[in-house]
Design a protein around this ligand. Sequence first.
Ligand code: SF4
Length: 65
Amino acid sequence: MSNQSPCPHISGCEMFTQFKLSDSLAVWKLRYCEDDYERCARFQRTCQGHPVPATLLPNGQLLRK
Ligand code: SF4
């Protein structure tokens, strides 16, 4: 179910900054940050008070360079 509102963590999210700068990563921004952020592993970990790895993607996998 879509929230249809942007993620409230956008301003402090390192990964969102990368999504904005890279065309190949922009799909994450559309699918999670601007649509269904409650599914995002980064959002969930932050809400639970867990540390968030810098390269953690919304689907729970780590971004490879
Ligand atoms: S990556 Fe996750 S926590 Fe970061 S802005 Fe997008 S939805 Fe929010």
